[in-house]
Design a protein around this ligand. Structure first.
Ligand code: GDP
Length: 319
């Protein structure tokens, strides 16, 4: 264990991969080891900027992360990317086709890319990602990007443990703007309209104006920060430096106002309750198969109310 801790702190890539596999394992012994490891690493964490990045498939996430990541590594910064892969539970495959994604960044010594399956319950995914982020912080990465595909609840869970949440949109997606935008825009600190090039140039200007209007009507996420809307072309490497400039000014403003640390503290407290939730569910579901079955039947047949069933299950763990 001591060895693994030392290797992680020195940034050894194999040790990092091994540690992340350990925290993702559902084996009870591994989970104990993982917690031990994390406790030892805790005092080395806290120095990275933690970014969440979300957008629907095809919007240009991997192209942008690659371009942005290469720009950062060329400035001497170490970049880690954690991708939450919503592998289809039915096919078991990866919709992100990870091997061909971010090829250049994957070969960069200053970068580390890891994809984690988003199988299992949301609380579990959030824990694994948060823990992996801690390991990467201890390893000294300056920037950590947590990428999610903006189609589910993972984004909201990720926004709960990053410093800044980036939403990637494309100018072409009219329905996307109407549909998913509203809810997720409320958690964004920066909106990026990608593919602002070629035939999409004008559409990008309109989309950016639309976004600003929509944001204007929403309640601000922070009293200290006005959400910015940028236009980029990840493919043509334009607008990428502005992303980094905006992140840095966000960080500076948030630190000055005290909100940076306050958010992190609040996030840690929220994490306790998220863990309580997950642990309780695990415990209830892990030891009451027959009872769950019977109670589900009873609720289905209107014999008892869902609340009565829930209370009975809760009693079974507190007894
Ligand atoms: P992801 O699914 O969100 O990771 O999207 P990808 O990065 O794989 O990009 C999807 C497609 O959009 C690819 O064919 C990219 O080449 C293309 N693409 C990505 N960024 C841009 C951009 O800035 N401009 C244009 N025109 N195409 C882009």
């Amino acid at each position: 264990m001591r060895d693994l801790v030392d290797q992680i702190i020195s940034g050894n890539r194999r040790a990092l991969a091994k540690a992340i596999t350990l925290i993702e394992s559902s084996h009870p012994d591994h989970q104990i080891e993982a917690q031990e490891l994390l406790s030892k690493l805790l005092c080395f964490t806290g120095k990275s900027i933690r970014l969440g990045l979300s957008g629907i498939p095809g919007v240009g996430k991997s192209t942008l992360i690659e371009t942005f990541g290469k720009m950062l590594t060329s400035q001497g910064l170490q970049v880690a990317v954690l991708t939450i892969d919503p592998s289809s539970k039915i096919s078991g495959g990866s919709i992100l086709g990870d091997k061909t994604r971010m090829e250049q960044l994957a070969r960069d010594d200053m970068a580390f890319i890891r994809s984690s399956p988003s199988k299992g319950i949301l609380g579990g995914v959030a824990r694994h990602t948060r823990d992996a982020m801690m390991i990467l912080e201890a390893a000294g990465f300056d920037v950590i990007i947590i990428e999610t595909v903006g189609v589910g609840q993972s984004e909201v869970a990720v926004a709960e443990f990053v410093d800044m949440f980036l939403l990637l949109l494309s100018p072409g997606g009219g329905d996307e703007l109407q549909g998913i935008k509203r809810g997720i825009m409320e958690i964004a600190d920066l909106v990026i309209i990608n593919k602002a090039d070629g035939d999409f140039k004008n559409a990008a200007v309109i989309a950016a104006a639309d976004c600003r209007n929509a944001l204007h009507l929403m309640q601000a996420k922070s009293p200290n920060w006005t959400v910015k809307v940028l236009q980029t072309s990840a493919l043509e490497n334009r607008g990428i430096e502005e992303i980094w400039d905006t992140i840095q000014s966000f960080k500076e403003i948030m630190i000055k106002s005290g909100e940076f640390e306050a958010r992190r503290q609040q996030q840690n407290i929220s994490a306790i309750w998220s863990e309580v939730n997950t642990l309780l569910l695990d415990q209830i579901k892990g030891q009451n198969f027959d009872k769950i079955d019977a109670l589900e039947q009873a609720v289905k047949n209107n014999k008892i109310t869902p609340l009565e069933a829930a209370k009975e299950l809760l009693n079974s763990v507190t007894d």
